[in-house]
Design a protein around this ligand. Structure first.
Ligand code: NAD
Length: 260
C-alpha cells in the first residue's frame, strides 16, 4: 500500500526515545521529512544516525514543552519553512499521584506542559495545513482515558481533557482536509514502561520481571506491545490513506481495555 508520505513533512514531539522516536522512524521509513523535537537533541541524534540509508530525513530540533518560549520558537522556525503537514503530539507522562494526593500546583504544571502548550503549538501550525487543504493532527493519550488507571489521576484527568479538545478541533477543521485523532496506548514496551515496572517492583518487594509478567498476563494478547506496532498505527493515520478517519480515539492496547 502506498501511504503517500514521500512528499510530506512531519513534526513529532517527545521524539528522543520511546513512542515518539518509533513514530518518527516509521514516518521517515515511508519517506517523510521529519522534525523530531525533544529537550535533548543529542539523544535524538543518536537514534536518527542509526536509521538505514534511503529513508526520509530526520532533523532533531530542540523543544521543552514546559516552556512557552521554546514552544513558540519551534513554531516560528517551522512556520518560516512553510509549516508541516503532520503533527504528532506526544509528551512525557506525568508523575504518579492519586486523585486525593494531586495538588493544585501538580494539576497546573502538568496541564500546561501536557495540554495547554500542545494546544497552542497545534493552533499555530494549523493555518498552513488548512490553506493547503491537507493535514494530520495525531495526539498520544493513554488507555486511561477509557479505563482510568489507579494512581495516575493526572494522566487520566489531563488526557481526558485532550480527548475533548481533539474531538472539538476535528469538527472545526474537517472540511479543510485536516484530520484530528487521538491514539490510546495500552502497555507498549518502552524505557518508561521498564522504569514504571521497576518502581512498582520496589514498592511491592517483587522483581521487575515478576511485575512485568503479571502485567503482560492481564492483557488479552498476553504480552506488551512493541513500539513499532504502535508506530505503524500512527503512520497509517498520518497517511493519505487515512483521509476518512477523524474525530476518533483509536486503541492500540492488545485488548487491555475491557469495555467496548
Ligand atoms: P517516554 O518517557 O519514553 O518518552 C517521552 C518522550 O517525551 C521522551 O522523548 C521525553 O524526552 C519527551 N519529553 C518529556 N518531557 C518533555 C518536555 N517537557 N518537552 C519535550 N519533550 C519532553 O514515554 P513513552 O513510553 O514513549 O510514552 C509516550 C507518552 O505516551 C507518554 O506521555 C506516556 O505517558 C504515554 N503513554 C505511554 C504508554 C506506554 O505503554 N508506553 C501507555 C500509556 C501512555
Amino acid at each position: 500500500m502506498n501511504l503517500g508520505l514521500k512528499d510530506k513533512t512531519a513534526l513529532v514531539l517527545g521524539a528522543s526515545r520511546g513512542l515518539g522516536a518509533a513514530i518518527a522512524s516509521g514516518l521517515a521509513a515511508e519517506g517523510a521529512t521529519v522534525f523530531a523535537a525533544a529537550r535533548s537533541v543529542e539523544k535524538t541524534e543518536a537514534w536518527a544516525h542509526a536509521l538505514p540509508q534511503g529513508t526520509g530525513v530526520v532533523s532533531p530540533i530542540p523543544l521543552d514543552l514546559g516552556d512557552l518560549r521554546s514552544v513558540d520558537d519551534l513554531a516560528d522556525r517551522l512556520l518560516a519553512k512553510g509549516g508541516v503537514d503532520i503533527v504528532i503530539n506526544n509528551t512525557g507522562g506525568p508523575p504518579p499521584a492519586s486523585a486525593v494526593e494531586a495538588s493544585r500546583a501538580d494539576w497546573l504544571i502538568q496541564f500546561e506542559t501536557m495540554a495547554a502548550n500542545l494546544f497552542h503549538l497545534t493552533g499555530r501550525l494549523l493555518p498552513p495545513m488548512r490553506a493547503r487543504r491537507w493535514g494530520r493532527i495525531i495526539t498520544l493519550t493513554s488507555s486511561g482515558v477509557e479505563q482510568p488507571i489507579p494512581r495516575l489521576a493526572l494522566s487520566n484527568g489531563i488526557r481526558s481533557a485532550i480527548v475533548g479538545w481533539s474531538k472539538t478541533l476535528a469538527d472545526e477543521v474537517a472540511a479543510d482536509g485536516v484530520t484530528v485523532n487521538v491514539l490510546l496506548p495500552g502497555r507498549i514496551h518502552t524505557q518508561r514502561v521498564d522504569e514504571l515496572d521497576a518502581s512498582a517492583a520496589k514498592r511491592s518487594e517483587r522483581s521487575p520481571a515478576d511485575i512485568a509478567a503479571a502485567s503482560a498476563a492481564s492483557i488479552p494478547v498476553g504480552r506488551y506491545g512493541r513500539p513499532d506496532e504502535f508506530a505503524d498505527v500512527a503512520v497509517f493515520l498520518a497517511s493519505e490513506r487515512a483521509s476518512y478517519i477523524t474525530g476518533s480515539k483509536i486503541r492500540v492496547d492488545g485488548g487491555a481495555i475491557r469495555g467496548i
